[in-house]
Design a protein around this ligand. Structure first.
Ligand code: 4NP
Length: 166
């Protein structure tokens, strides 16, 4: 475990419902940070742009797929509020529609500068690459979400390490 006097970076993943993709990304990043000994450096959370599922656990399919890879998710869904942008360092959207929704509600240029597509950290992903919504599909969609999140999270951590000299 690393220690530092600097306050931890705050990262929030954002999808639509906060029950499939963003809690998955949250769990994956948290587990990778732990493996890298960086848990104290970064705080991870997630939210949705919509309020449909506020208070709900992650979708059972997302929990099952993540648990099979050793990632536990028991967070409750919440809706992103524009004030969140002030205390966060990175707001990482899972797709373009949610990135656009976040940008439209961002109160300032400073808040907009914190917005990125999560997969933009992955140099193997094409420009504009998204984590597709698995909600209306089958179990393979949830495996795909995990694969994409694992790849992007490793690249995100590599960027943080090089940027901050960790
Ligand atoms: P998420 O997936 O944005 O990855 O949490 C969805 C969850 C719920 C709905 C759509 C997408 N929905 O329409 O209720």
């Amino acid at each position: 475990m690393s220690s530092s006097s600097a306050p931890p970076l705050r990262v929030c993943f954002v999808c639509l419902g906060n029950i499939c993709r963003s809690p998955t990304a949250e769990g994956v990043l948290r587990s990778q940070l732990q493996r890298h000994g960086l848990s104290q450096r970064v705080q991870v959370e997630s939210a949705g742009t919509a309020d449909y599922h506020v208070g709900a656990l992650p979708d059972h399919r997302a929990r099952a797929a993540a648990a099979a890879r050793g990632v536990q998710r028991n967070s409750r869904a919440r809706q992103f509020v524009r004030e969140d942008g002030q205390r966060l360092d990175y707001v990482l959207a899972m797709d373009r529609a949610n990135l656009d929704a976040l940008a439209a509600s961002a109160p300032s240029a400073e808040a907009r500068a914190k917005l990125r597509l999560f997969r933009s950290f992955d140099p193997a992903a094409p420009p504009g690459a998204e984590v597709p919504d698995p909600y209306y599909g089958g179990a393979d969609g949830f495996e795909h979400v995990l694969d994409l999140c694992e790849a992007a999270a490793e690249c995100f951590i590599a960027q943080l390490r090089s940027e901050h000299g960790w």
